[in-house]
Design a protein around this ligand. Structure first.
Ligand code: ADP
Length: 265
């Protein structure tokens, strides 16, 4: 008998309405989606279909108007702990060095913030180790403006992962970067995932990025967003950037692309 799936994130019939009275926008309509523990799920769809809204519901920054969100079987009723987040515009603080930026979760996330004073050396060691994993250790004492865009996003991902969250939320994290830098960061993200096996949700417009990184690619319809395709990606890992130009890879991208075009109308 097959073991029951170990569900990490569970969205059940979730709806979300922005605005009030006669100025309402239904962003998501009874959306149901599950992410298994350790799974990497990418969410794609037409602009404005509710992808960022979905991310805010999972992290508890927004409360659903209908349905429920569960993490580890527990209903989400406020901002979720033990989650790492990285967004398109790196939100590094310009007055802090890379290392001090990466230390930030230890200052604000429970239970670390209560232990920081006594365990600072250990936490700093963890921050350095994570910087090493993303190839930034030599830049630990530089400020964000001294780093390239790609390095800033590396530091951003590093900060999202330093406290070893079990869930990583990436909302267009590499969107502002040039194509080559973006591909480097796909490889880095894949390496980090293979090593740490956190669960991940990635919102992206880049279908090659989605197929490169994900176990499943979810296509949402235009607003109000519903799941119109749940495509499993069985390409073995580690996946290579060169492999994204293989016909098999291209066919999957094409299939997802057609579904999005269909979902737009
Ligand atoms: P996506 O990330 O897929 O581009 P969003 O989740 O940002 O889409 O938004 C979904 C829809 O909800 C969009 O049509 C957007 O205009 C609308 N929306 C998002 N945030 C707000 C808000 N604060 N107030 C009103 N409408 C909003």
């Amino acid at each position: 008998m097959q073991a029951p799936a170990d569900i990490h994130v569970d969205l059940r019939g979730v709806s979300l309405v922005y605005g009030e009275d006669d100025d309402q926008t239904l962003a998501l309509d009874r959306l149901t989606l599950q992410v298994e523990r350790g799974e990497f799920v990418a969410v794609v769809g037409p602009s404005g279909c509710g992808k960022s809204t979905l991310m805010k519901l999972v992290t508890g920054l927004l409360a659903p108007d209908g349905g429920s969100v569960f993490i580890d079987g527990k209903r989400v009723d406020g901002p979720v702990r033990n989650v790492g987040m990285a967004f398109q515009n790196s939100t590094l603080m310009p007055w802090r060095t890379t290392l001090d930026n990466v230390m930030l979760p230890f200052e604000i996330v429970k239970p670390h913030k209560h232990k920081l004073r006594t365990l600072r050396a250990q936490y700093e060691e963890r921050a350095r180790k994570t910087l090493e994993e993303v190839g930034l250790i030599e830049f630990a004492h530089k400020y964000p403006w001294e780093l390239s865009g790609g390095m800033q996003q590396r530091a951003n991902v590093c900060r999202a992962l330093v406290h070893e969250p079990r869930l990583l939320m990436l909302d267009e994290p590499f969107g502002a970067l040039d194509a080559f830098t973006r591909e480097e960061l796909w490889v880095m993200t894949q390496r980090l995932w293979l090593e740490h096996r956190f669960s991940a949700m990635l919102v992206t417009h880049d279908l090659r990025e989605a197929v490169f990184l994900a176990d499943r690619v979810i296509v949402l319809s235009r607003r109000p967003g519903r799941v119109v395709l749940d495509r499993r990606i069985d390409i073995p890992r580690p996946r290579s950037v060169a492999g994204t130009y293989d016909p098999v890879f291209g066919e999957i991208v094409q299939e997802i692309h057609s579904k999005i075009v269909e979902a737009r109308t």
